[in-house]
Design a protein around this ligand. Structure first.
Ligand SMILES: Cc1cc2nc3c(=O)[nH]c(=O)nc-3n(C[C@H](O)[C@H](O)[C@H](O)COP(=O)(O)OP(=O)(O)OC[C@H]3O[C@@H](n4cnc5c(N)ncnc54)[C@H](O)[C@@H]3O)c2cc1C
Length: 487
């Protein structure tokens, strides 16, 4: 007589399997909504914050909504966010927005059109396309080598200016990568990250990125507290302190308030920063070596925003949609010796679509983490000093100011992930973060989603969403597979 080769899913079914998702960011919401679509009945999300959204956080500010986290839908082709929302009249193209950048030096001088054209064009052109073979060294090494190769071909180039512009360019690249610097960013990852072609900065106008979550949940757009198909399934302010996945039976979860819960499957979507800080305490028994290697070697950088709301109108001149800051070597040395040293990593400010009285600025890396520790007044005072120092016109005091603190928040510990040269060296990557922990007969018990586990779209909302769907599909495949006894 033949025997069944695996524990029969019939013991648990889509109706009875208890699935707990940790985290109500895009990955968690995508997983939950897809599981419900697939017919699972017992699905709940536990979220540490007192709101849903995770690193999507759209709030009321100034004349409408601002996004403290994810702000743009990056690209069109192969971007699931774009595909879901393109016909809903909620997205606004911004093509050309990033083209009219202004550059000022620390002595208020503006970069001439000529200098800007030749040097900025070099910076734009050195970004490799997919035809360039995978790089076996860092992204920073590659860009530095290519930039100076091209600059050296220019006649009469001002090398000091070229250096200032390159520092600003690297700062911008770091804000894309989420890295402290570019010399730890894997060059190889640039071959494996798949950019969605099309407009890279599609905006949600006055509705905010949370619109996408509402589309996923099918909630009523005019009822802020409606969670659509997830109504009654999301528990807020419920931080998980421990996940015990020992044995082959149900998993035990302990919340920070001591409450105990059981589940047949857990999908963990917490950020890489939370995994780095918590994994030794969070998981009992400890996670397998390969997963720990990925957690240690991949990184989650810090990128923060400044939002300045002005009284009646935008103080930036009409033909200044944005401004980048360049520092001469001497001024930089002076700045580094002062208490305002962190301003070195403020790369640029720009106006915000659908928010006529707002200015948004960006800061990256170690200095962003330092900025988070300063009192808000000191941060604003520093930014006002920067404006006075570099801008050739006066900037009034804003009526309201806000800065983000993604690293200080224990539920995030950073902004978005990137692949490091160290990860390449130890042959790890998002695939090790993704790998589910299965029992002896292949049942996925502890599953992992979240942007850092995406091989091709990490660091983005579309990547996070895909990972949530991926893990829902993994459970669905387990419960719908052919369970006939094998010979
Ligand atoms: C400043 C900034 C700008 C960005 N800009 C863009 C952009 O323009 N476009 C783009 O595509 N992406 C952008 N991103 C990245 C994007 O926001 C993230 O990639 C994406 O939101 C990650 O989703 P996630 O579900 O993987 O993780 P998260 O959104 O971090 O969700 C994880 C959830 O888990 C919860 N959690 C953590 N620990 C616990 C615990 N112990 N118990 C219970 N719950 C817990 C957290 O509170 C969180 O809600 C930006 C991010 C930041 C910070």
């Amino acid at each position: 007589m033949s025997t069944c080769a695996f524990s029969p899913p019939a013991l648990k079914s889509k109706e009875t399997a208890r699935i707990v998702i940790i985290g109500a960011g895009p990955a968690g919401i995508a997983a939950a909504t897809r599981l419900l679509e697939q017919g699972f009945k017992n699905v709940r999300i536990l979220e540490a914050e007192n709101r849903i959204g995770g690193r999507i956080n759209s709030i009321r500010f100034a004349d409408s909504i601002v996004d403290l986290g994810a702000q743009w839908c990056h690209g069109e082709a192969g971007n699931v966010v774009y595909e879901r929302c393109k016909d809903l009249n909620v997205l606004q193209r911004t093509e050309g927005f990033a083209k009219a950048w202004r550059f000022v030096r620390s002595d208020k001088a503006q970069l001439s059109e000529e200098a800007l054209y030749s040097l900025q064009k070099i910076a734009e052109d050195i970004i490799p396309d997919e035809t360039v073979p995978p790089l076996d060294y860092s992204w920073g090494d590659y860009l530095t080598q290519r930039y100076w190769q091209e600059v050296d071909k220019l006649p009469n180039v001002d090398r000091a200016l070229a250096r200032e512009l390159f520092e600003n360019f690297k700062n911008f690249q770091c804000s894309i990568e989420g890295s402290d610097h570019l010399f730890e960013v894997s060059g190889r990852s640039h071959h494996e990250f798949v950019e969605s072609k099309g407009d890279m900065d599609i905006h949600w106008c006055d509705k905010g990125y949370k619109t996408f979550l509402r589309v996923l949940m099918n909630s009523k757009q005019d009822e802020p507290n409606d969670l659509g198909v997830l109504n009654g399934r999301v528990e807020l302010s419920k931080r998980i302190a421990q996940i015990n996945w020992e044995g082959a039976q149900e998993l035990q979860l302990r919340c920070w308030n001591g409450e105990l819960l059981q589940a047949d499957h857990v999908i963990c979507t917490v950020s890489l920063g939370v995994l780095k800080e918590q994994h030794e305490k969070l998981f009992v028994p400890a996670l397998p070596e390969a997963k720990v290697r990925a957690i240690n070697a991949l990184k989650l950088g810090t990128v923060n925003k400044f939002l300045l709301e002005y009284g009646s109108e935008q103080p930036m001149p009409k033909d200044w949609p944005s401004v980048n800051f360049l520092w001469s070597e001497q001024d930089l040395q002076e700045l580094r010796g002062s208490k305002r040293f962190w301003l070195e990593s403020v790369g640029y400010f720009h106006i915000v679509i659908c928010q006529p009285r707002l200015l948004e600025g960006w800061i990256i890396g170690e200095h962003a983490r330092h900025m988070e520790t300063l009192p808000e007044e000191e941060v604003l005072e520093g930014l006002q000093w920067l404006f006075r120092r570099c801008l050739p016109f006066d900037m009034p005091q804003p009526v309201r100011f806000l800065r983000t603190q993604w690293h200080s928040n224990p539920n995030f510990r950073g902004s978005y992930s990137y692949r490091t040269t160290q990860a390449d060296a130890v042959r790890t990557g998002p695939w090790d973060l993704e790998a589910p922990l299965v029992d002896a007969v292949g049942k996925p018990r502890l599953l992992f989603a979240g942007e850092a586990s995406s091989k091709t779209h990490y660091s983005t909302v579309h990547g996070a969403t895909e990972t949530g769907w991926r893990e829902a599909d993994r459970l669905n495949a387990y419960y719908t597979r052919d369970s006939k006894p094998t010979a």
